[in-house]
Design a binder for this molecule. Structure first.
Ligand SMILES: [Zn+2]
Length: 99
C-alpha cells in the first residue's frame, strides 16, 4: 500500500546521488592548469571559468583543461589538417578526360 511507490522514489534519489558523486569525482580530477601549456587555471576567476575548455573522456575517466590559447591553437591545427586533407583529396582526384 504505497510502499512500492516510496521504494521507487528512493531508488531514483539514490541513482541521482550516484551520478552527482561521479560528476564530483570528475571535477576533482580536473586539473588546475592547462593540459598543454601548464598555465595555471584560476578557479576563482569568472573569466577563466567562461573561456577555458574542459574535455571529458568518459570512457577513460579523463578530464582535461585547456586554456583558450591552446584551445584555439588546437582548433586551428585541426582546421588546417582538414583543409590539407580536402586539398589532397581534390588534387588527387582524377580529372575526367574530355576528349
Ligand atoms: Zn594552454
Amino acid at each position: 500500500m504505497g510502499g512500492i511507490k516510496r521504494k521507487m522514489k528512493r531508488n531514483k534519489a539514490k541513482r541521482a546521488k550516484k551520478e552527482m558523486k561521479q560528476q564530483l569525482m570528475m571535477f576533482e580530477q580536473l586539473g588546475d592548469e592547462c593540459a598543454a601549456c601548464l598555465k595555471p587555471f584560476d578557479k576563482k576567476s569568472k573569466e577563466h571559468a567562461m573561456t577555458w575548455k574542459v574535455v571529458v573522456r568518459e570512457k577513460e575517466e579523463l578530464v582535461r583543461l585547456y586554456c583558450p590559447d591552446c584551445w584555439d591553437k588546437a582548433n586551428k591545427i585541426i582546421e588546417e589538417f582538414n583543409n590539407d586533407f580536402r586539398d589532397a583529396q581534390e588534387t588527387g582526384r582524377k580529372v575526367p578526360d574530355e576528349s
